[in-house]
Design a protein around this ligand. Sequence first.
Ligand code: ZN
Length: 264
Amino acid sequence: MGLEFAPKFTSPPNHNVASRVSAAFSFWRNSSFLKFLLVILLVTASAAQTPQPTKVEPKTVRKNDLKIIDKPIQFDQERIRLTQEYMRKHYAIEQNDITIKPQAIVLHYTAINSFLSTWNYFNRTRIEAERPELQRESELNVSAQFLVDRDGTIYRLMPENWMARHCIGLNHVAIGVENVGDEKDFPLTDAQVDADAALVRYLATEFPIVYLLGHQEYRRMEQTPLFHEEVAGYRTGKSDPGEDFMRHVRAKLADLDLKAPPGT
Ligand SMILES: [Zn+2]
């Protein structure tokens, strides 16, 4: 069967075209400049197609020797609108912006093992459908004002006084600090203990912070006037960042007299 089709392209090639092609090809072979140009074009094109994590270049600020790198997540008009909706539904707060007056700091771990994966996760405006217990209460994606990498590098993802969705009942009064890691394969590091303590110390000079808590302690805050949740029964069980981590961070901040949740 193959033989019937084989002789189709037996006519001699057009020598004019062939020689032009051959000349061009030989020019190409000998022209490293053209190759260089092509490589540059390809690199530029692929860079243009790669989604850029942020439009704002990371910028470093230093406060009392504390280094914070700004790496803002997306907070477009839709995310601002969803944040306002969340404030209205869960805190009965009606306001034109999404600012808060921080009085507490909540420490977390991400349960995602890399900084970039976490950053990309927080960068989405809407919460993923795989978290129905959260999605039911709001389409607003979770986030935190700060994200601390495993080497202790501190990134600010959004202004400290904008509301992030990170802790039920406290988002309207609490700054969230996420740490890249988990409780099994990527336990939080000494560098993160140092960074969190330094960050809390700085934030306590900027805002009237009263409470420092681990996310796993948040339900004990229900006994304080800071806690507010309009939706009855909206609670999730939390184990981050763990008692050990909180003990180590608190030990470094004993002089600040920050309160722990009642019964801690
Ligand atoms: Zn948490």
